[in-house]
Ligand binder design. Structure first.
Ligand code: HEC
Ligand code: HEC
Ligand code: HEC
Length: 441
């Protein structure tokens, strides 16, 4: 119960009396550890679908084979109950198991290397004292030679993972410095948002290189450029710090709503962060300048006024995509493509709509999407699936229309691309709705 009060106070949700807030103002080490486990999103990788929290068993696809996450509950046999504090620190920061062997870099230790000693201590206290032990062994990873030779990872570590603690790097304010620590370290945002090199290494682990957080494609979905400094529409330039805070706290803001892999990040991690930490993250992202030499944005293909005229005329012959939009999408996203703030995302200037690879957009149209329920915005608004009523050709026309409408700059989508994405959908869409492991208290 104390936890609930504490977390509630952290998220600033609800009208708590001054008394309960002042109790919550001094969280114990275990409570701090629980909060940090949220920031690090340990539960997302260390919990199997429908499995017990932190008991491992989630299959993570990698270029080398399937890596299965391990049980990190304090069970002495199946889990990490026998880990000393220093062994736990080495697993987090250096990717070393207690027996001295290397962990696969699917565990984000290249980022966690930045963790301070005090944060490691708090995490250790939480995992040892508070997490429920679970005796289930997680299955072995299925990795083929030579990648199953864990000693080989030492070379990779030597080349790519600099196990150095976070160094204040002269950021302009303390708030930005705190944001840098959270984003580069526990938040491991770069593991999805930074481009990867040939050996699957993140091209940069901090902002000393301007490829850091400049965007990467994951299984066809675009994890957008998060660099937010300057004016324009590159990365998060058009988002204010408040927009970023709203998005991370609730999965929605007046630019868009979260879909795909980021849904789980918001549901399990960022929606639990306190306002101060979210503001620090936003301030840090807004401090990152545009990547030098990043392509000047393509000109938009039509103006908003032209698109709205097309929708009013809705001539089937001239623009079949416009007709399909009116019939299927207009009711929620409207003729101006702007939707309704916090309810129906704007399709105009939206990163998913404009991504080079249209897989994410096609996926959303075919399979629909559901926003995460978060402490601040519990209602999980959903977008219906259209795969059952629209042909590949129709989805292609619709996606092409949306990608070129209003101010958008995306390229054309073909029926073959739609067919490819359709093949990857499960037969039973209901069961594909994201499942979030929830902790017992
Ligand atoms: C992006 C996925 C991911 C996240 C996030 C993640 N882990 Fe892991 N972790 C893994 C995988 C996968 C392994 C197993 C790797 C292997 O078998 O080499 C692992 C292994 C470990 C181990 C070694 C256990 C053992 O003996 O095998 C520990 C300890 C651990 N993680 C703790 C944590 C903590 C604490 C957090 C949150 C701060 C966390 N992990 C977040 C993927 C993740
Ligand atoms: C597991 C991979 C993953 C991790 C980890 C991750 N993200 Fe994301 N993120 C994504 C994907 C994929 C999208 C695109 C979502 C969409 O299209 O709706 C996204 C979208 C976003 C957006 C919206 C950008 C836009 O222009 O629409 C923001 C802001 C963001 N992430 C911030 C973060 C921050 C901050 C962190 C670290 C605390 C983080 N992300 C960690 C995968 C990830
Ligand atoms: C009943 C209302 C409704 C209708 C009809 C609808 N949508 Fe949506 N749409 C939503 C909601 C709600 C979301 C947010 C879902 C989420 O974030 O998981 C959404 C999300 C999206 C997104 C992702 C936006 C982002 O920021 O990542 C796209 C793209 C999209 N819709 C396109 C369409 C298209 C194209 C159509 C017509 C085929 C359509 N929608 C019809 C309600 C609707």
């Amino acid at each position: 119960m104390t936890h609930r009060i504490w977390l509630t106070a952290l998220t600033g949700f609800g009208v708590l009396g001054a008394a309960s807030v002042s109790i919550a103002a001094e969280p114990s080490q275990v409570q701090r550890g629980e909060y940090l486990a949220r920031v690090g999103d340990c539960v997302a990788c260390h919990t199997a679908p429908h499995g017990k929290p932190f008991a491992g068993g989630l299959e993570i696809e990698s270029p080398f084979g399937t890596i299965v996450s391990t049980n990190i509950t304090p069970d002495p046999d199946a889990g990490i109950g026998d880990y000393t504090r220093d062994e736990f620190a080495a697993a987090l920061r250096e990717g070393k198991r207690a027996d001295g062997s290397n962990l696969y870099p699917a565990m984000p230790y290249p980022s966690y290397a930045k963790l301070s000693d005090a944060d490691v201590d708090a995490l250790y206290a939480y995992f040892m004292q508070e997490v429920e032990p679970v005796a289930d062994e997680s299955p072995e990873s299925d990795i083929s030679f030579p990648f199953n030779q864990r000693w080989g990872i030492s070379l990779w570590n030597w080349l790519f993972a600099d196990a150095e603690a976070f160094e204040p790097s002269g950021q302009p304010t303390e708030q930005v410095e705190r944001g840098a620590y959270l984003v580069q370290g526990l938040g491991h945002c770069g593991s999805c948002h930074t481009p990867r090199g040939l050996m699957f290494q993140e091209k940069a682990l901090d902002d000393s290189d301007d490829s850091y957080l400049s965007g990467e494609t994951l299984g066809g979905w675009w994890a957008p450029n998060l660099r937010g400094g300057g004016d324009g529409h590159d990365g998060l330039q058009a988002w204010s710090a408040d927009d970023i805070v709203d998005y991370l706290a609730t999965g929605r803001n007046h630019h868009g709503a979260v879909v795909g892999e980021m849904t789980s990040v918001v549901a399990n991690s960022t929606s639990y962060l306190n306002d101060e930490d979210l503001r620090s993250i936003a301030a840090y992202l807004k401090s990152l300048p545009r990547q030098a030499g990043s392509e000047q944005e393509a000109p938009s293909r039509t103006s908003s006024a032209q698109t709205e005229r097309l929708l009013t005329a809705a001539d089937v012959g001239e623009a079949p995509g416009a007709r399909l939009y009116l019939d299927n999408c207009n009711a929620c996203h409207f003729a101006n493509g702007r939707g309704a703030p916090q309810v129906f995302p704007s399709l105009n200037d939206n990163a998913l709509v404009n991504a080079d690879d249209p897989t994410g957009l096609i996926h959303v149209i075919l399979a629909g999407a559901r926003m995460p329920s978060t402490p601040k915005k519990p209602e999980a608004l959903a977008m219906p699936d259209f795969g059952w009523r629209l042909s590949d050709e129709e989805v292609a026309q619709l996606a092409t229309f949306v990608r070129s409408g209003w101010g958008n700059r995306g390229g054309e989508v073909t029926a073959d691309q739609v067919a490819e994405v359709r093949k990857t959908l499960p037969d039973d869409l209901e069961s594909s709705a994201p499942e979030f492991p929830s902790q017992s208290h």
